[in-house]
Structure formats: structure tokens, C-alpha cells
Design a protein around this ligand. Sequence first.
Ligand SMILES: Nc1nc2c(ncn2[C@@H]2O[C@H](COP(=O)(O)OP(=O)(O)OP(=O)(O)O)[C@@H](O)[C@H]2O)c(=O)[nH]1
Ligand SMILES: [Mg+2]
Length: 306
Amino acid sequence: MKKKVLLMGKSGSGKTSMRSIIFANYIARDTRRLGATIDVEHSHVRFLGNLVLNLWDCGGQEAFMENYFASQRDNIFRNVEVLIYVFDVESRELDKDMHYYQSCLEAILQNSPEAKIFCLVHKMDLVQEDQRDLIFREREEDLKRLSLPLECTCFRTSIWDETLYRAWSSIVYMLIPNVKELEQSLNQFANIIDADEVLLFERATFLVISHCQRRFHRDVHRFEKVSNIIKQFKLSCSKLASQFLSMEVRNTNFAAFIDVFTSNTYVMVIMSDPGIPSAATLINIRNARKHFEKLERASQSSALSG
Ligand SMILES: Nc1nc2c(ncn2[C@@H]2O[C@H](COP(=O)(O)OP(=O)(O)OP(=O)(O)O)[C@@H](O)[C@H]2O)c(=O)[nH]1
Ligand SMILES: [Mg+2]
């Protein structure tokens, strides 16, 4: 099942940077070397077995943009499932950015009216910390108003922290065909083994694709932080020519297990009962694998026939 995802926004706003970090194992620092994208760069990213994201990274220089809306209009805006529009929060040409965004929406409304629309207010690290909430809320309000009659979901992002993972996890979550079933099974699994929390990460990107929480936790950004940290760790491992398979972190309050799970996922299990030995949890994870593999295969065949 192929899903066309358009990445748009003015030149230098950070489109290729985020794509390279999430899907091509770049670290944030590497993106400084990226040159401007010429016309459209296509990439196919296999995501959870059969779900293939067909990314169209559309170079944002004005000459290219004008072309997208004119001679390439049908080609670009047809069959779009998701539009991700990236705004540089520090841009000095807000009016022009908004103008291009609206042209883009017009073309989407004509050619792919069912497409889901996401706006990323990007490079938030450049804004003073105490100003971020305010600025984001203002931008979000403007964008939502400008997007009508279409609806848009806004995220604040930066390649320098976990917000990038938060945004992309939410976007990808909407594209996974049997995500509800997956969540139910995860809930069941967490109940059976008495876990505080169980998370599934997509294996290549480490985006969180499903989670179950049975206990309150005050840090609402913990998943994205874990994605970010573990992905960096995994990359460091591969630089040393070794492969990251599993880890266990334990203190007096909890034990966290990360382990290879199905062909497309890693699992993370958080246990807070110190009486449960690690070996028991590891066996439980191993036993759950078969069930989740089956679920994954079922979703692949339904995606094939769908
Ligand atoms: N401070 C900061 N810089 C960023 C961030 N994301 C990207 N950048 C930098 O922005 C510059 C331009 O990024 P690109 O990803 O090439 O921009 P683009 O949107 O692909 O540009 P075009 O291909 O010309 O459309 C690079 O030097 C990145 O390092 C961010 O979140 N914060
Ligand atoms: Mg680019």
C-alpha cells in the first residue's frame, strides 16, 4: 500500500533535514551539509512491512514553487494522502509563506480533497524558550483560520530535540491501517504481564506507532525522548559495526526493557513491581511475539487486498 506524502514549504525551512533524520539515519548536525533540493526528490520508505511512504520532497525555491502550481500542478497534487507544510518560524517573509501555503491548499482542494494536512512550525529552537508557547499558539490560530474549509493539524518542531519525533509519530500513526487492533492487543499484553506501560517502535525509524499506558506519568514527552535517545544509540552502535538488539535499565522504582519484537518493530516494556524478575518479563515478551507477528501479517494481507 503506497501513500503519497508531499513535503512542502519555502527553501531552507528544513524539509530535507527532517526527512533525512527520520528516514535516512542522519543526525541533526549532518543536515548543515545539505544543499537546496532541486525540483522534487522522490523517496520510497518502507514502513511496517507493506506500508510504503512515497515521499515527495519538493524543493522550495520560488521558481520551483511557481512551477508546481502551474505546469506540474496535476502531477504534484493528484492522489495526495498527506500534505506536510513546513514553516520556518524565524522567516521574515510571513506573508509570502502564507500566500504559498494557500496556493498549495487550493491545489489540494482541487486534486486531493481528502488529503490530511499538517503544518509544522519548524526551527523552534531558534525562539527564546519562554516565547515558544505564545508564538506557536499565534501561528496555529492563523494557520487554522487560513486553511478553512480544510482542517489542519499543527506541530511545533525542531531537529534539535524530540519534537520532531512527536510530529512524525502522529503523522505516521494516521497512516497505519490496523492501528486500533494493534492497540487492543498491546493493552491486553500489558494487562497480562502487569506492565505500567508498553510501547511499539517502528524498527527503522524508531517512531512510536502504538502505546498503552496503565499508570500516570507526568512527562508527556517521554516517548519522543526515548525514540530520539535510542535511535542515536542505535546509530552509534552501527558505527562500531555492532547491532543494537535489546537493553534493560533498572533502578529501585522501575525496570525498562527494550527488545526486538516483530520483523518491523521494537517493543519497550516498563515494569514497576520489583518482585517480578527480569527473566519472567523477557519470556513474556518472547511469547507475545508470535501473536504480534500474526497481527502484522494480517494487516499486510489486508493492505494488499485493499
Ligand atoms: N536551527 C535549526 N536549523 C534547522 C532545523 N531544521 C533544519 N535546519 C537547518 O536549515 C538548513 C536548511 O535545511 P534544508 O532541510 O536543506 O531545507 P529545505 O526545506 O529542504 O530547503 P529546499 O530544499 O531549498 O526547499 C540546514 O542548514 C539545516 O541544518 C531546525 O529545527 N533548527
Ligand atoms: Mg530540501
